[in-house]
Ligand binder design. Structure first.
Ligand code: 3NM
Length: 224
């Protein structure tokens, strides 16, 4: 058992951690906001320089999301861009996507890990310091914390955590990859990174002008 335990620890420290720290801007798609398919949003984001995109679908039917995500993945593969599927472990598995992002009420990360395997990227949302501290013990590659600022994009959001929580979480989790989310924009994202986040996940401020998605993404990258 000791060996088994060591192996798990080793995997947690080395294999599960991805270079998300090098992807400081983590875009998430939203069809209802943009009126564009996930595939079209991915195309525009990649044209702006995105290296990882999360596909988030809260309204559509599974078959339509699957078909759209398959097209998005095809585009992403041509550019060596990673695709993470929000919530749906089944769709991530069926598509052989790069990974899945799970919320507190989704399939537990350990079960998702069993299904998707060691190479999958698994992210996990947290909304306070305690959840974050517990989450880094799980077989996940990164945790997200939010909402950092008020957000209009998420229905029924948790309480705003603010920059101080990011600082506290960073102090408690060491180098564990930390994504911040919620109300982050071109003006405030650097202070979120300075507070200790490795990466910022953004929806509204990137996508609210669908014709300018590529340009807006470029502006984020230029401002990092
Ligand atoms: N999750 P915007 S906040 C999807 O707190 C999501 O976990 C959140 O969108 C969390 O960049 C959020 O438009 C919405 O604020 C992020």
């Amino acid at each position: 058992m000791v060996n088994g335990k060591c192996k798990t620890k080793f995997l947690t420290l080395t294999v599960y951690h991805l270079p998300l720290t090098t992807m400081k801007i983590y875009p998430i798609t939203d069809v209802s906001l943009t009126k564009l398919s996930h595939a079209e949003q991915v195309e525009r984001l990649i044209a702006g320089g995105a290296k990882i995109v999360q596909l988030r679908e809260k309204n559509g039917a599974a078959d339509a999301f699957f078909a759209d995500a398959a097209r998005a993945l095809e585009i992403a593969r041509k550019h060596a861009v990673k695709i993470i599927i929000n919530d749906r472990v089944d769709i991530a598995l069926a598509l052989r996507a790069d990974g899945v992002h799970l919320g507190q009420d989704d399939l537990p990360p350990a079960e998702a890990r069993k299904i998707l395997g060691e190479r999958a990227i698994i992210g996990f949302s947290t909304h306070n310091v305690n959840q974050a501290v517990e989450a880094v013990k799980l077989p996940v590659d990164y945790i997200a914390i939010g909402p950092v600022f008020p957000t209009e994009t998420k229905g029924n959001p948790d309480a705003v955590v603010g920059l101080d929580t990011i600082k506290i979480v960073r102090a408690k989790i060491g180098n564990f990859p930390l994504v911040a989310i919620g109300g982050i924009n071109l003006q405030n994202f650097r202070e979120v990174l300075s507070a200790g986040a490795d990466s910022v996940a953004v929806i509204g401020n990137l996508l609210s002008e669908p014709d300018e998605i590529s340009e807006t993404f470029k502006k984020f990258l230029a401002a990092v």
